[in-house]
Design a protein around this ligand. Structure first.
Ligand SMILES: CC(C)(COP(=O)(O)OP(=O)(O)OC[C@H]1O[C@@H](n2cnc3c(N)ncnc32)[C@H](O)[C@@H]1OP(=O)(O)O)[C@@H](O)C(=O)NCCC(=O)NCCS
Length: 291
């Protein structure tokens, strides 16, 4: 059933008074495992982009966020429709509204990430001209191996050098040159490297032959970090992944993850070095560029 003319759906900025309704909506999403409650304050305070709700008959039917990463780089996230309103074109209406808003206030690139199973989102992306640019598959390995890997912590003074190294690197290219910010993907920026250095989460590997940085997956398990950025020659990727497992053991975590790009060289390197697929589904990255 599509939204009828008499069913007026209005998209507007979210307000503090919407909190209860949005949290109620969110409680129905992913069996209560939705992250919107934990980002509500931050998203409401974001002075850029648009954190919004879609209202129908005086009720919050949907929620969405258009986020500015940097000049000309935008991200669409947090799209949710209340189960009472699903299947009526609400998400589709919101999606078009967000794309129109992005064209009006931003432009450049806009991306979104969704599950390989989320056919409604794929459909909406196709109808608004988004292209699927990458697929990432979650892999994880235990850290029960010995060795003395050659990692040295990146320093603030080396951030620009690391940025240049990663930018032109073939393995980073296999990740569509994107940074994994924990279920969110964006272009490489110096600030991501600086934050990783502050957290002591970035290393050179074998001198300057490779680079690795990690994030801690607060959402699922703080003890299960994943790769934020990885760069080396393709024929050395297996060695770096093996050393990454040892590094993770040395810093006290229990398993090493990588939501890895779906390329045969990458999958081979993972499977030959003790990594196993940790989720049946995968993540699709969709992208739209303005003229
Ligand atoms: C995914 C979700 C947002 C969809 O909301 P919705 O209001 O039910 O979606 P709509 O009714 O607007 O349908 C969206 C599109 O899917 C199409 N569609 C509907 N059923 C479909 C099906 N079975 N197969 C393929 N496409 C389908 C619709 O035609 C529409 O496409 P169009 O824009 O080309 O017309 C909603 O189910 C939800 O909140 N899910 C949980 C959270 C989530 O997954 N969010 C997305 C994170 S990326």
């Amino acid at each position: 059933m599509d939204i009828q003319n008499s069913d007026i759906l209005v998209c507007r900025p979210a307000l503090a008074k919407d909190k209860e309704a949005v949290l109620e909506l969110s409680s129905h999403i992913w069996e209560g495992g939705d992250y919107i409650p934990s980002v509500w304050d931050e998203w409401l305070a974001d002075p850029e982009g648009l954190f919004g709700v879609a209202e129908m008959h005086g009720r919050v039917a949907g929620v969405f966020k258009l986020t500015k990463f940097q000049e000309n780089e935008w991200y669409m996230e947090g799209l949710r429709v209340h189960p009472d309103f699903q299947g009526q074109g609400v998400a589709s209406h919101i999606h078009h509204y967000v794309v129109d808003t992005w064209r009006r206030i931003g432009g450049g690139i806009i991306r979104l990430v969704t599950g390989s199973y989320n056919v409604k989102i794929h459909r909406m992306c196709e109808s608004t001209g988004f292209r699927r640019i990458a697929e990432f598959i979650p892999y994880r390995a235990p850290v029960d191996i010995e060795g003395t890997p050659d990692f040295s912590g990146l320093t603030m003074d080396e951030v620009t050098q690391a940025f240049e190294f990663i930018r032109g690197n073939p393995v980073h290219g296999l990740s569509s040159s994107l940074v994994n910010l924990g279920w969110v993907y964006g272009d490489l920026q110096l600030k991501h490297l600086k934050r990783a250095v502050e957290k002591k989460h970035a290393w050179w590997w074998r001198g300057c032959r490779g680079f690795l940085s990690i994030y801690e997956d607060d959402e699922d398990d703080a003890n299960a970090p994943g790769i934020q950025l990885i760069a080396c020659q393709v024929n050395e990727l297996g060695d770096l992944l093996r050393d990454y497992r040892i590094l993770i053991r040395l810093i006290g975590h229990q398993s090493a993850g990588w939501v890895a790009p779906n390329h045969p060289e990458v999958i081979d390197a993972l499977e030959q070095n003790g990594f196993k697929r940790s989720w049946d589904a995968s993540l699709y990255i969709f992208e739209l560029r303005s003229d």
